[in-house]
Design a protein. Structure first.
Length: 199
């Protein structure tokens, strides 16, 4: 069987899952490499100015969540991240939109990136501190995984605003279909209908 335009049935979902996996793996690799380099090049050294004082490289370890919140709940944050990772992979099975493939790919990379630190960095599993290295003025230090999560959040908001669902369908399209169904009332006046039947 083939879908419209000669595309084999199931080929599009497969391509979208491949896009999702490619985005997730690429972004995760960037996060992992950036953290390894940060530990090797920035630890116990002065800050490095990239764009003057606007963007600097500053090594730090974060035991909590975003913006260093919840530092005493690191094991709980780790468990939540594990559940979130499984949930993203589960929802990716229903992908029908390229935008959602990118959004979930970035989201998975960000969540797993920081989860890797919490599982494998000191002081130990479920309590590991996340490596951060990018510093902006008056903003908490962050890493590539945090950037990925923010990109995912922005994409999800855009997709939701446009009414695009995970499977690729649109909310407005369904409303339009319902309004043109066979159950819609007949707009022709009753007296005109009667005259046509008499003729």
């Amino acid at each position: 069987m083939q879908a419209a335009r000669g595309t084999p049935v199931g080929a599009r979902p497969l391509r979208l899952r491949l896009v999702f996996a490619a985005v997730a793996l690429t972004a995760y690799a960037l996060d992992l490499v950036s953290k390894i380099l940060a530990v090797e090049k920035l630890q116990d050294r002065p800050d490095v100015e990239v764009v003057g004082e606007l963007l600097q490289l500053h090594f730090t370890r974060n035991p909590g969540a975003a913006f260093s919140a919840g530092t005493e709940y690191t094991p709980v944050i780790t468990c939540v991240a594990m559940v979130a990772s499984v949930a993203v992979i589960w929802f990716a099975r229903r992908l029908g939109s390229l935008g959602w493939a990118f959004a979930l790919g970035f989201l998975l990379a960000g969540v797993v990136g920081n989860l890797t630190d919490r599982m494998f960095r000191s002081p130990g599993p479920f309590r590991g501190h996340v490596v951060d290295m990018f510093m902006l003025p008056n903003w908490p230090v962050f890493n590539v995984a945090d950037i990925c999560i923010n990109i995912a959040a922005a994409l999800i908001l855009i997709l939701a605003f446009r009414g695009i669902r995970l499977d690729g369908t649109r909310d407005r399209g369904e409303q339009a279909t319902e309004s043109t169904s066979d159950d819609a009332p007949n707009p022709m006046p009753a007296d005109q209908t009667a005259r046509e039947q008499a003729e």
